[in-house]
Design a protein around this ligand. Structure first.
Ligand code: F6P
Length: 543
């Protein structure tokens, strides 16, 4: 389903979602009895024994059960028409071909090129030159007898932190056994101090990761780390500090001589596939890093080539639009049933909310509809003992995304069976619920004997019919993780394409940065003139 250059040129003219007939049809459809929030999931399964098969998809490395969602064939058809009317596949092809997909910064968006095989894709020569150098350097660090290194500290924030941190945690079982990895991001000495306390400067490699090399937090932490390093009597900054950046000049001014570059066509939150992935390359080695890229590339091919009805990222992005704009769901909870994926929700928050948290379209026109949901979550089963109460009985409907991994890397099959049974039980409970009549038949041991049974039953009723998606990986390895993350990237792209927004800029972070720079000297001087009363009062308290 690749499109021609002519089709691509047409994409700029593609209407945004609300200006298509499919949007109007979906708006009407959602009002019909038994549609939208009134869609009866249990009834849908009872009527259609094939529902699981019809609403599940296998993509490279990732299986998705979409059957416990509040949709049916006609909704899916209309969502696919919506995607077509909005030119989603043309926009996809334009992006992957290197056309400007980030118009406010006048940039191409080519993270897919970072994982294209040698000789393929835009900028293939530059990409593979840096990759080969990066992987060769990573091997020298991994050779701990020669390198003498034992600790790797990544200093970066946002996209220069969350991706590598998430992947290194996820693939800890495959990580170099004699190297420890640390991630310092916050401009808070409480982040840096406990890391430094564990380190021997002679055995430590600091990676200063910053696309711009101007980010306040990262530079402040890097300077503090360098001062600590020198204060310990160590001298060889050039050997113990390396840089990952597009700003080679600023890195050199810091004293860094070993740098790995990338390009302005790689967005921060899409950058783990290249030089920003250095901690991953050191943790996993060349084979592992290349497997991560292979998984992502296979997902790219799937997104590019699979027909819309069997295209997983496309379907997920459309489901997100359905939930956000037609059913009014404001958030989505991600529950990875794998402790290794504990940083995935944080990673996805940046990927999705920094990309799609926009309120004007690409032409700068205010949008009359909602965009990015709030994305949040914790690994199961921990979340079950914290906020799942609200998911089951709260007043908001929050679609949940479960991630289950079939085969663990540990040797406790009994623990793993319990983990997976919990995962299945939660999506089942959300869907099935419990009626008051059923609750009334139970006598829970902790229920107060003073409460009337029918009142008690109301407290113990679950509305059910709460939607969820379950993603299944056979194992959590570099290949499947690469595929999973690329799937999320393309899903975010899909909903952005329907919403007609630019998913690749982040102007919303600028104002706070600018005001911080103005407040910083006032923190020292105490000057509160011209400030609003609250900021002035707080500044006086905090300095
Ligand atoms: O938060 C804004 C942002 O620009 C992110 O998009 C980016 O990932 C992060 O800051 C870090 O930027 P840099 O890599 O340039 O230090």
């Amino acid at each position: 389903m690749s499109s021609s250059p002519n089709n691509r040129a047409a994409h700029a003219a593609a209407p945004r979602g609300d200006r298509t007939p499919a949007w109007a049809e979906l708006s009407a459809w959602v009002q019909a009895p038994g549609a939208g929030r009134g869609f009866d999931l249990k009834g849908a399964f009872a009527r259609n024994p094939q529902r699981f098969e019809q609403f599940s998809l296998q993509a490279p490395g990732v299986f998705a059960d979409l059957s416990k969602n509040l949709w049916d064939g006609p909704v899916r058809e209309r969502l696919l028409s919506l995607a077509q009317a909005c030119g989603v596949t043309d926009k996809r092809d334009a992006m992957m071909a290197g056309e400007v997909a980030n118009p406010t910064e006048g940039r191409a968006v080519l993270h897919t090129a970072l994982r294209a095989p040698r000789g393929q894709g835009p900028h293939a020569h530059e990409v593979h030159t840096v990759l080969d150098r990066l992987l060769a350097y990573a091997e020298t660090v991994r050779d701990v007898q020669s390198s003498g290194l034992r600790d790797v500290v990544n200093i970066g924030i946002g996209g220069s932190d969350l991706g590598p941190q998430m992947v290194v945690a996820a693939l800890q079982a495959q990580s170099h056994p004699q190297l420890r990895f640390h991630f310092v991001s916050n401009v808070d000495g409480h982040d840096l101090a406990p890391v430094l306390r564990q380190l021997d400067p002679q055995r430590t490699l600091f990676i200063v990761a910053s696309k711009t090399f101007t980010t306040q937090e990262t530079l402040a932490n890097a300077h503090a780390a360098k001062a600590w390093f020198l204060a310990q009597g160590a001298t060889d900054v050039a050997r113990h500090f390396v840089g990952v950046t597009t700003n080679l000049k600023a890195a050199a001014e810091f004293g860094i001589t070993t740098t790995f570059g990338f390009w302005d066509w790689v967005g921060g939150r899409y950058s783990l596939w290249g030089a920003i992935g250095l901690p991953i390359a050191i943790a996993l080695g060349e084979e592992g890093f290349r497997a991560l890229l292979r998984g992502a590339h296979d997902m790219d091919l799937h997104f590019q080539q699979a027909a819309p009805p069997s295209n997983l990222p496309l379907q997920l992005g459309l489901l997100d639009v359905w939930y956000r704009n037609f059913l009014g769901f404001g958030s989505r909870s991600v529950a990875p049933y794998h402790q290794g994926l504990r940083r995935l929700p944080a990673y996805l928050q940046q990927l999705e909310m920094e990309s799609n948290g926009k309120s004007v379209d690409v032409q700068g026109q205010p949008l009359p509809y909602a965009t990015s949901p709030v994305v949040w979550g914790e690994p199961g089963t921990n979340g079950q003992h914290a906020y799942f109460q609200m998911l089951h009985q709260g007043t908001d409907v929050i679609p949940v995304e479960f991630i289950a991994v079939k085969t663990p890397t540990h040797g406790w099959p009994d623990l793993h069976r319990k983990l997976l049974a919990n995962c299945l039980a939660q999506s089942q409970a959300l869907m099935l619920g419990k009626r008051a009549e059923e609750a009334a038949l139970e006598s829970p041991p902790t229920a107060s004997p003073d409460m009337a049974p029918q009142v008690m039953a109301r407290h113990r009723t679950f509305p059910g019919n709460r939607p969820s998606t379950t993603l299944v990986l056979q194992t959590l390895d570099a290949y499947t993780l690469g595929a999973l993350v690329a799937m999320y990237e393309h899903r975010v792209f899909t909903s952005a394409a329907v919403w007609g927004i630019n998913a690749f800029d982040q102007w919303g972070v600028e104002l706070g940065k600018a005001l911080c720079n103005q407040l910083l000297p006032r923190m020292e001087s105490g000057d509160t003139s011209g400030l609003d009363g609250s900021t002035a009062g707080l500044l006086r308290m905090l300095r």
